[in-house]
Design a protein around this ligand. Structure first.
Ligand SMILES: C[S@@+](CC[C@H](N)C(=O)[O-])C[C@H]1O[C@@H](n2cnc3c(N)ncnc32)[C@H](O)[C@@H]1O
Length: 194
């Protein structure tokens, strides 16, 4: 399965949006609440691998003083994301860019919060992406990485076949240049947060 190629196919992308819109919206609210709970009310946020942009939209709606950038390589998903930016204040706060998350064009230390969801098992070189995340995150920035974990649940969800197990995920975080953070997991996901 070539995920990079699949996400550039219109029908695959449309099905992906249909299947994941609700959960990504829910995750957006969950993360906005987490940021608000630590007093985050303004700053630059990036969603590294934003897909169809749902989380970026929710974060921009919920955090008053933020500016949100979403980066991805899929044209159909980015088209959808751009079309979902409506007029008004949100338009000034959200931007979607086509780019490779393994080598991003942003300056060092340029984001106050970085999100990376469902990406580690999708990119060709996850460690390059994690190192890039470390590079663009400010020293006192917030980081939220979440990915599917490999488990018996693959019987119900095919995508889990491509995921890393907990040991592999922990090793990858340890082998990368990411700063110290907290690793946690649930039945379906693993998380790394700073
Ligand atoms: C499973 S989706 C996750 C997207 C979004 N975070 C979500 O949860 O819906 C994987 C995404 O990775 C993107 N992708 C894969 N490799 C990439 C790369 N090297 N640079 C940028 N995006 C990439 C695909 O286009 C796709 O949107």
């Amino acid at each position: 399965m070539d995920l990079k190629k699949d996400f550039n196919e219109k029908i695959f992308a449309e099905l992906y949006i249909k299947k994941h819109k609700k959960i990504l919206r829910k995750l957006g609210h969950y993360y906005a609440k987490k940021l608000k709970n630590v007093g985050f009310s303004e700053g630059r946020i990036i969603d590294v691998g934003c897909g169809f942009g749902e989380m970026c939209m929710v974060l921009a709606e919920e955090i008053p003083g933020c500016e949100v950038v979403g980066v991805d390589l899929s044209k159909p998903l980015l088209d959808y994301a751009r079309n979902s930016i409506h007029e008004g204040t949100i338009k000034k706060k959200v931007k979607f860019e086509m780019g490779n998350v393994e080598k991003m064009s942003f300056e060092d230390d340029s984001f106050d919060a970085v999100f990376n969801v469902n990406m580690v098992h999708c990119v060709s070189n996850p460690i390059s992406m994690l190192n890039e995340i470390e590079r663009i995150l400010k020293p006192d920035g917030h980081l939220f990485i979440k990915d599917l974990r490999y488990s018996y649940l693959k019987v119900f969800e095919k995508e889990i076949n491509n995921a890393f197990n907990i040991e592999q995920a922990k090793k990858m975080i340890g082998d990368s240049e990411l700063r110290e953070g907290a690793f946690s997991c649930s039945l379906l996901w693993w998380n790394f947060e700073v």
